[in-house]
Ligand binder design. Structure first.
Ligand SMILES: [Zn+2]
Ligand SMILES: [Zn+2]
Length: 359
């Protein structure tokens, strides 16, 4: 058979297959969605993970829109228990996309009350409640001010709560499980810390960071068995954070690259966008540069530096190096510019630090 005949035959066969797929697209899509939904609902990644501490980025970004980075959210899995630190606007969606069930979130910890850290809370409350029929509200830990946040959201969602109960019934949507309950703690002093959970296998500590004029602002240190991680929250370079990060396996640190934000500031200036131009100038003083975060990682001797809360947006490939600047020369250990779905595994009884992608 000639090459030409083979090619013509192949094209005809492909055309027949494509036509078949098009004609039967709806039954095929129905089969696919049934299969995927059945598989997803049978999954329980919390049960299947080996014993360890796991940190996942359910939001690696900031208020600036970035296709790969949603507003702030860090998932913490300690053994079989799931916690969130901050709940930016895609928190529960990203958690779902990473294969986890928002119903399993045991508690939320807030670093501070900038909108990009709390604007996914309402959705998280509903996903957690509706997905499981929980009878207890979500505990939300935060420094002074968290009662106002939770109280305001409870008021904003009060009508939604009555609608859900009326429609699905109290057995499916128990009114007692709606929304959240504030677990407010006094903001620690500038060099201080507050131990929030203190169990033999799990300790969660809030410590003060520097995000002035925003007060209070905290970071969190999580120890599960013999593995430890620190999550910075929003902060300029901070000595208290460096102290808390001493010898931890993983440091998730926020960062802003001034050389890149300067390009955006100039673009705003050139176009008469004075408001935006002022914002790009103002944000420099309450974040940490990638190089400064690398200094902390080096001086605290951390095992892995995962950048999160990335400013500005890095919307196309090739920008990671520009973002990091001189950081790789400062910290010689492992580092990564985080994106949504990044997942760091710290198995217990081991020094291993494994990075994977769950989205
Ligand atoms: Zn922020
Ligand atoms: Zn902030």
């Amino acid at each position: 058979m000639s090459v030409k005949k083979i090619l013509v035959g192949t094209v005809i066969a492909l055309a027949v297959i494509a036509t078949g797929i098009y004609v039967f697209r709806e039954p095929l899509a129905t089969m696919a969605i049934q299969k995927i939904a059945t598989k997803r609902m049978a999954e329980n990644p919390l049960a299947s993970l080996p014993d360890g501490l796991y940190i996942g980025l359910c939001g690696a970004g900031s208020p600036f829109p970035d296709p790969k980075r949603s507003p702030a959210c860090t998932a913490v899995i300690a053994g079989k228990r799931l916690f969130l630190i901050d709940a930016g606007s895609a928190a529960s969606r990203n958690l779902n996309a990473m294969g986890f069930n928002p119903s399993d979130v045991e508690a939320l910890f807030l670093t501070h009350f900038h909108s990009d850290h709390i604007d996914g809370m309402g959705e998280l409350f509903l996903q957690r409640w509706g997905g499981s029929g929980r009878t207890e509200p979500l505990p939300v830990y935060g420094p002074t001010g968290v009662e106002m946040i939770v109280g305001g959201l409870m008021q904003a969602y009060a009508q939604d709560t009555t609608y859900r109960v009326a429609h699905h019934g109290a057995a499916t949507m128990p009114p007692s499980g709606a929304g959240a309950i504030a677990k407010q703690f006094a903001a620690p002093s500038a060099n201080g810390r507050v131990v929030l959970i203190d169990e033999p296998d799990l300790q969660i500590v809030a410590f003060s960071v520097g995000h002035a004029p925003i007060h209070p602002a905290v970071g969190y240190r999580v120890r599960y068995k013999d593995r430890t991680a620190v999550i910075s929250g929003d902060t300029s370079k901070n000595a208290n954070l460096q102290k808390e990060a001493k010898d931890v396996d993983l440091l998730v640190h926020e960062a802003l690259q001034p050389r890149l934000t300067e390009l955006l500031r100039r673009a705003a200036e050139a176009n008469g966008r004075t408001n935006l131009e002022k914002v790009f100038r103002d944000i420099l003083n309450y974040h940490t540069t990638p190089e400064e975060a690398a200094e902390i990682a080096r001086d605290a001797n951390v095992g892995f530096l995962l950048y999160s809360h990335i400013v500005p947006a890095l919307p196309f490939p090739g920008l990671d190096g520009l973002f990091l600047g001189d950081a790789p020369n400062i910290f010689k250990g492992r580092m990564k510019v985080g994106i949504d779905g990044d997942f760091v595994s710290l198995p217990v009884g081991s020094k291993a630090i494994e990075l994977s992608k769950r989205r």
